[in-house]
Design a binder for this molecule. Structure first.
Ligand code: SF4
Length: 435
């Protein structure tokens, strides 16, 4: 029997990259490879990079340089780089870091397997090695994006929007549920465009309903909804289907008309407000998450103040703020980067501080309330540690948590009813009511 190759897969960037790595890992174990999550123990390291914005690119390059160093020291035999950074800058990287054995683009599983003496097993493409906690998994329903956002390099890297057939997705979700997934997080670059290419209409609502029919799945959470063409029938599903989380992640990026126009977001300030109002009318207890970009070239002080007023007025449950990163070959590149890093960071801090107050006030309203939560894990010592849990209003990795003192033994991946007794800006503290 040929000795198994020890392979370490390092995943950087977003949850879509996590799914790509999980697919690759399943192919690797079916091609005479043994996975290790310790690069020190690996013979081969595969780095699935992110190339979205400056900070992410830096992290990817540092990770590559570390692996190359390990190869120079003889602890690694081979370094393979794949993913978005490699897709976007392959020829530059080949020149600048030639010590890497081979560079691949995104989703080139066949090329990577061939490099390791294996071959792509098409019949296994719907299967994954789940790297998230066993009860939680991401479902990537599409690849690429059709939207022309001026600041974004993703369409340059991932191409046009391509939906995955519904049957494949239902099968994949079924396999995940059999493996213990209870919370399925639905992702894509733009989940609201699901079906537009292969079914000629947006049928995300139908997909969510189909997924909710899978035994074992209890929470289906929708992320990355695009504001300008949000299919209203999705709201009916969120409202009426108890398995679909009353939660929606919809990056808005900004609110000033001038900035939205320059960003080519295809929506106005007035329509954005109308849509948020519609969502809240349809699903009054929905938790809304959004993200904003500050320091975009066209953003004036007046625009930024308008954004702050909007955040104060609309009181989102969760907000992420990014500082603008100028990206070559995007349509916004010609605008340059006139807003200084200092001003960008200042605006980010102001907006985050604003949201902190809103989040604290919303959390305080939950004190004394009962919540259903899922336990993700445990932190600290048995004596004074906490179980880390989340309610339907908290997406994994990006939102707050519910902390439960370690009084009784709880099971990771199980649901519990609890009463909230305290909070801070981002997290809640709760006591389990029923085991
Ligand atoms: S919706 Fe806009 S920001 Fe999001 S991936 Fe597509 S182009 Fe980029």
């Amino acid at each position: 029997m040929k000795k198994k190759q020890k392979v370490g897969v390092i995943t950087l960037g977003c949850s879509k990259n996590v799914v790509d790595s999980e697919r690759l890992m399943n192919q690797l174990i079916n091609n005479n490879c043994e996975l290790t999550d310790d690069p020190e123990k690996a013979e081969v390291v595969i780095i699935n990079t992110c190339g979205f914005i400056e900070a992410a690119k830096e992290e990817s390059i540092n990770t590559i340089l570390n692996a190359v160093e390990m190869k120079k020291n003889g602890s690694l035999k081979k370094v393979i780089v794949s993913g978005c950074l490699s897709e976007r800058y392959k020829s530059d990287l080949e020149k600048e870091i030639p010590e890497v054995d081979v560079y691949f683009g995104t989703e080139d599983y066949g090329g990577i397997l061939k490099e390791l003496g294996g071959e792509l097993k098409y019949e296994l493409l719907g299967e994954r090695v789940v790297t998230t906690p066993r009860h939680l998994a991401y479902l990537k329903i599409s690849e690429g994006c059709n939207n022309p956002c001026s600041f974004c390099a993703i369409p340059l890297i991932r191409g046009k929007h391509v939906s995955r057939p519904m049957e494949q997705l239902v099968d994949e979700a079924g396999l995940l549920a059999q493996k213990g997934t209870k919370e399925l997080v639905v992702i894509g670059q733009d989940t609201t465009d699901y079906g537009i290419d292969i079914y000629g209409r947006r049928n995300l609502a139908e997909l969510l309903d189909r997924l909710s029919g899978i035994q074992g799945l209890e929470w289906i959470r929708l992320l990355y909804a695009y504001p300008s063409h949000f299919p209203k029938d999705v709201l009916e599903v969120i409202k009426n289907n108890p398995k679909v989380c009353k939660y929606l992640d919809m990056p808005l990026q900004h609110i000033s008309d001038g900035v939205l126009k320059s960003m080519r977001r295809g929506i106005t300030s007035r329509r954005t407000r109308e849509m948020i109002d519609q969502i809240r009318q349809a699903v009054p207890d929905i938790a809304l998450r959004t993200t904003f970009i500050v320091g975009y070239p066209a953003e004036t002080e007046k625009d930024f103040n308008e954004l702050c007023e909007f955040v104060k007025e609309y009181q989102f449950d969760k907000v992420g703020v990014f500082t603008y990163s100028v990206e070559e070959n995007t349509t916004g590149f010609i605008l340059g980067d006139p807003v200084s890093e200092e001003v960008k960071e200042e605006r980010k801090a102001i907006l985050m501080e604003l949201q902190k107050e809103i989040s604290l006030a919303k959390n305080r309203e939950l004190i004394g309330k009962n919540l259903r939560v899922i336990v993700d894990g445990f932190e600290g010592s048995r004596k004074d540690g906490y179980y880390i849990a989340r309610s339907m209003k908290d997406a994994p990795e990006v939102d707050g948590e519910v902390l439960i003192p370690a009084k009784e033994k709880l099971m990771t991946g199980s649901f519990y009813e609890l009463k909230v007794y305290d909070c801070n800006e981002y997290d809640l503290y709760g006591e389990v009511l029923r085991i």
